[in-house]
Write a protein that binds this ligand. Structure first.
Ligand code: CTP
Ligand code: MG
Length: 241
């Protein structure tokens, strides 16, 4: 890829250092299998399969570094494993420190294990076309309400102007470093960039890039992989009465 794009280098940072409290399994979430493979291996596979990434940095709990190296497949591009931190922002910061020569940075949750490679390529294409920050976005299907501390509804924002945001989120590397150098807080990486006043572009997200957060999400993810692995003829045999 570097031959095609001069010196520019796309590095994907994969936060995988969370504990997965809401999933409630016996191991940290990124190591929980989906269709037999740990989520973080699936997420890294998707990044490599996109053909749009030159290097991957995975951030994991410090005591699981060796285990992570053993479970990641051999790959044509470098895949580094570094310790993450207590909060997701700490993990991303650790990943940025491990990617000093990145031109573009993708930040992609290990928990979005089934993200289609085509979505990853869409984000990178917009970065290469000049957008400084790019996030995948989907229309919101539920009505969203704001509430006060007592649970009383305080408003109903117009849903047509709302989007649910996924990963990978893509950035000009200097911009993301500048955003992380500030001492501000945001719930996602793009949020930090927005606070700098930079415009963040959306591209159409993909339902398969959902974040595996709860036990129900894990059931859905396992079901999707099982369907994907079942030949169509066998599926028809099962569904034909
Ligand atoms: N993450 C991370 N470092 C942290 C916290 C989260 O690298 N200190 C990663 C998770 O591993 C996950 C992604 O950020 O891939 C999104 O976070 P989330 O879905 O909240 O995962 P967890 O924090 O593991 O889950 P929970 O909040 O339920 O404990
Ligand atoms: Mg979390």
């Amino acid at each position: 890829m570097n031959e095609l794009h001069g010196e520019s280098r796309v590095v994907a940072l994969v936060p995988a250092a969370g504990q997965g409290v809401r999933l409630g399994e016996s191991k940290p979430k990124a190591f929980v299998p989906v269709g037999g493979s740990p989520m973080l291996a699936l997420a890294v596979d998707g990044l490599i399969a996109s053909g749009s990434v030159d290097e991957v940095v995975v951030m994991v709990p410090a005591d699981l570094i060796d285990e992570t190296r053993a479970l990641l497949p051999e790959s044509a591009i470098p895949v580094h494993v570094v310790p993450g931190g207590a909060e997701r922002t700490d993990s991303v910061r650790a990943g940025l420190d491990a990617a000093p020569d990145a031109t573009f940075v993708l930040v992609h949750d290990a928990a979005r294990a089934l993200t289609p490679p085509s979505l990853i390529s869409r984000v990178v294409a917009e970065l290469r076309a000049g957008a400084p920050a790019v996030v995948p976005a989907l229309p919101v299907t539920d009505t969203i309400k704001s509430v006060d501390a007592a649970g009383a509804v305080t408003g109903t924002p117009d849903r047509s102007g709302l989007r649910a945001i996924q990963t990978p989120q893509g950035f000009d590397a200097r911009l993301l470093r500048a955003a992380y150098a500030t001492d501000t807080q945001a719930t996602d990486d793009a949020g930090l960039v927005e606070l700098l006043g930079t415009t963040v572009l959306t591209v159409l997200g993909d339902p398969l890039a959902f974040k595996i957060t709860t036990p129900l999400d894990l059931v859905l993810a396992n079901t999707l992989v099982a369907q994907r692995n079942t030949p169509i003829a066998a599926r028809e045999a099962v569904t034909t009465p």
